[in-house]
Design a protein around this ligand. Structure first.
Ligand code: ZN
Length: 158
């Protein structure tokens, strides 16, 4: 079976950015995703289209097909007073937006009673290099298609 829309795909992967490994699947625990459901970044999903079990490929993904360009407007100054906890430079924190979604941000600087918060994704603006091996391809179940994600053997969720 070849990878196509509505297939569930298992991949082993190593993600390298600027010559450093930043993420990889664990030995014997490939990442499962539903192809065509935006479970993974578009650049990687497109490259896997049509591949089959055992295929290995190297994929270079530009920022626009990955985590987006780095946007200076996503960097904001916040008041230290708005935080209950001690804030440390270089750490990641979470803010709740007006619509209730949770937005991670990294504190890049602390200046007096202000902090500089960077809401860009960690890998924004980066070119991503993936080494990928296809470990499984199967048809998705009706329930998986309805939910838009892969179900494990004893999946418990709403
Ligand atoms: Zn589900």
């Amino acid at each position: 079976m070849n990878i196509a829309e509505n297939t569930v795909v298992d991949i082993d992967y190593v993600l390298t950015v600027d010559g450093e490994v930043v993420d990889e699947s664990e030995e014997g625990q490939p990442l499962s995703y539903l192809h065509g459901a935006n479970n993974i970044i578009p650049g990687l999903e497109n490259a896997l289209m049509g591949k089959t079990l055992g295929d290995s490929l190297e994929v270079t993904v530009s920022p626009e097909d990955g985590y987006g360009e780095y946007d200076p407007e996503n960097v904001q100054e916040l008041s230290k007073e708005d935080f209950e906890d001690e804030i440390e430079e270089g750490e990641t924190y979470y803010a709740e937006s007006s619509d209730g979604s949770i937005l991670p941000f990294k504190v890049t600087k602390i200046e007096g009673d202000h902090i500089v918060a960077d809401f860009n994704p960690e890998l924004a603006g980066k070119t991503l290099h993936f080494q990928v091996t296809v470990r499984g391809v199967r048809a998705a179940t009706a329930e998986e298609l309805e939910h838009g994600h892969v179900h494990g053997e004893d999946d418990e969720h709403e």
